[in-house]
Design a protein around this ligand. Structure first.
Ligand SMILES: NCc1ccc(-c2ccco2)nc1
Length: 328
């Protein structure tokens, strides 16, 4: 049975975390994304006007899947599209033979400009993979039956390398018990129900329920209902929701309160320091919040700001999928 571990390296400001992956004969740094289900890469087929500065997947090592294409648009309106090869993909020593590697023939400017990422490795459910006419499986689904245990874990960290482990739980990576909650994968995501929340010294997480949420390593920030974001920033002097800046900003001189949320039988805390995401300009006077209100979406997105404060288990060992959360 297979098991393995790969480093999760933070990009600037922890905007994303990229991991070394071998696809065929090519070494790439991919953004592992539990919010999508395509493994797509910058490749020798990508126009050179779009691929400068990126490591490229050499398609000559793969077998092209005849007639297969893909096209993906993410919530931030970035996206890419292309053709599909079958090749061997290795992540932390775990080998997927005949893995669909989606080679980009077009990539949006956000990806072109982010030369730290050579593509994405989707870890959501294969039901939302975009390959047509025959849908393909994610890396995890491709190797699932060969793993010692049908699960992977995410141990992202603030400002330093963390890890993704496949096929086992490394108990040295978490303190305390793992709290498990049921997953609703009907939308293809690692969906769960978040309970009440609280702010600062009140660790009760007794407030209104946040409701439906997804665990999404490919989203930088923590998006909650607008009422929850508003209640949080009432505690931050000078905070304002500035649409021209894209959300809540505040004077960087603030010491931000912690954010506590009930999930299952546990209460999980995001330290206030994690919610001081980054200065909005070089003067460093105004800072952008790591906790933001959703744009009217009914779904909260527990992105890296939340995930990097915890050890998270993405578990398909049971009859139905579940998520596990533990303090690190
Ligand atoms: N949640 C999926 C996702 C991941 C990364 C990106 C991205 C855009 C530019 C650089 O990276 N967009 C969306």
């Amino acid at each position: 049975a297979q098991e393995g571990s790969v480093a999760a390296n933070p990009q600037a400001e922890d905007e994303a975390y990229v991991c070394p992956v071998t696809a065929g004969s090519s070494q790439l740094n991919l953004d592992f994304d539990t919010g999508s289900a395509d493994l797509w890469v910058f490749a020798t087929d990508t126009p050179s006007s779009e691929s400068q500065g990126h490591n490229l997947y050499d398609t000559s090592s793969g077998q092209q899947i005849d007639g297969a294409t893909w096209d993906i648009t993410y919530q931030d309106q970035s996206g890419s599209k292309g053709v599909v090869f079958s090749d061997t993909v290795v992540v932390g020593g775990v080998t997927a033979t005949s893995q669909a590697v989606e080679a980009a023939t077009s990539v949006s400017t956000q990806f072109v400009q982010n030369t730290g990422s050579d593509g994405l490795l989707g870890l959501a459910f294969s039901s939302i993979n975009t390959v047509q006419p025959q849908q393909q499986t994610t890396f995890f689904d491709t190797v699932a039956d060969s793993l010692a245990a049908k699960l992977f874990t995410a141990d992202l960290k603030k400002g330093e390398a963390g890890s993704y482990d496949f096929g086992y739980i490394d108990d040295s990576k978490h303190t305390g018990d793992i709290t498990y909650v049921d997953v609703d994968n009907s939308q293809g995501f690692w969906g769960f129900t978040a309970g009440g929340y609280s702010v600062g010294d009140d660790t009760s997480a007794g407030g209104d329920s946040i409701g439906s949420a997804i665990a999404d390593t490919g989203t930088t920030l923590l998006y909650v209902p607008s009422s929850v974001a508003s209640a949080y920033y009432q505690n931050v002097d000078g905070a304002e929701n500035d649409s021209s800046q894209g959300g809540y900003v505040f004077p960087c001189s603030n010491t931000l309160p912690d954010f506590h949320v009930a999930i299952g039988s546990g209460v999980f805390t995001v330290p206030g320091s994690y919610i001081n995401y980054a200065p909005t300009d070089s003067s460093g006077s105004t800072c952008f919040g790591g906790l933001q209100g959703g744009d009217g979406q009914s779904l909260s997105i527990f992105g890296d700001i939340f995930l990097k404060a915890h050890f998270v288990v993405f578990d398909q060992t049971q009859d139905s999928p579940r998520l596990g959360f533990a303090p690190q």
